[in-house]
Design a protein around this ligand. Structure first.
Ligand code: ATP
Length: 219
């Protein structure tokens, strides 16, 4: 993977968690927070940590912020600071700005400013928990559109030992299998003759309602 330069502004739980994951993946991470303690607490999770106010244009410029590939604005509670920071970054011409929103209105303002990716951590996590409760066999999913998902589904035990051709999942459920995850390995575009094994997971694509019908087969 290419090494990129990331700056995470706001080192609460959300920002620190992003910084940690990026740092573990070998990326360059600059951590920025107003609060000295927050910068020190997250010290092991980034390449450099700086105490600075991100609403101060001079401070941002002096950090060379315009050289970064991606900025994550992880300030939530102080909506004004989040909005001002995003506006400044946008005016400075940054290519990729990601920001956390704590509610709909906050998100709408960030959208109007032109933030590239707005994340609603509480709402999105709530959706994921509810979906997991509704479809216990679906381990993970990506929303492709309002109606379509890619989902990772545990196979029903009655499918073990059968191949994809005889199961005919596409015709029966209108769901396509794009990969099989087997003991940590991924078989991409599996052959129709591939025999399914116990504990296989299918990576599937389709309409959400069709996927729900398929993933509830085990119940
Ligand atoms: P989380 O839910 O991620 O734990 P939080 O609720 O603890 O976040 P937030 O208000 O979302 O806190 O702020 C996250 C961090 O952003 C805090 O550590 C805060 O010090 C920092 N922060 C707030 N305003 C600024 C600013 N203007 N410049 C830099 N950092 C800021």
């Amino acid at each position: 993977m290419d090494k990129k330069q990331y700056a995470v502004i706001g080192l609460g739980r959300f920002g620190t968690s992003i910084a940690r994951r990026l740092h573990e993946a070998g990326q360059e991470v600059l951590g920025i927070d107003l609060d000295e303690e927050s910068v020190e607490d997250a010290e092991t999770f980034y390449t450099h940590g700086v105490i600075a106010d991100s609403t101060d244009e001079k401070a941002l410029r002096s950090l060379g912020i315009t050289n970064f590939d991606c900025i994550i604005v992880a300030i939530g509670d102080d909506i004004q600071a989040s909005i001002l920071t995003c506006m400044l970054l946008k005016n400075l011409g940054l290519k990729k700005i990601i920001a956390k929103a704590i509610g709909k209105r906050h998100g709408q303002v960030l959208e109007a400013i032109g933030v590239d990716w707005i994340i609603y951590p509480e709402r999105d996590m709530g959706d994921r928990v509810a979906n997991q409760l509704l479809s216990p066999n679906t381990l993970d999913y990506i929303e492709l559109s309002k109606d379509h998902n890619i989902e990772e589904i545990i196979i029903p035990s009655k499918m073990v030992g059968k191949n994809l051709k005889e199961l005919n999942i596409r015709a029966k459920f209108n769901v396509s299998v794009i990969a099989i995850i087997r003991t940590g390995d991924i078989i991409v575009s599996p052959s129709p003759e591939e025999l399914l094994q116990r504990e296989d997971m299918l990576v599937t694509i389709g309409k959400r309602s069709d996927l729900a019908r398929f993933s509830s087969l085990n119940d």
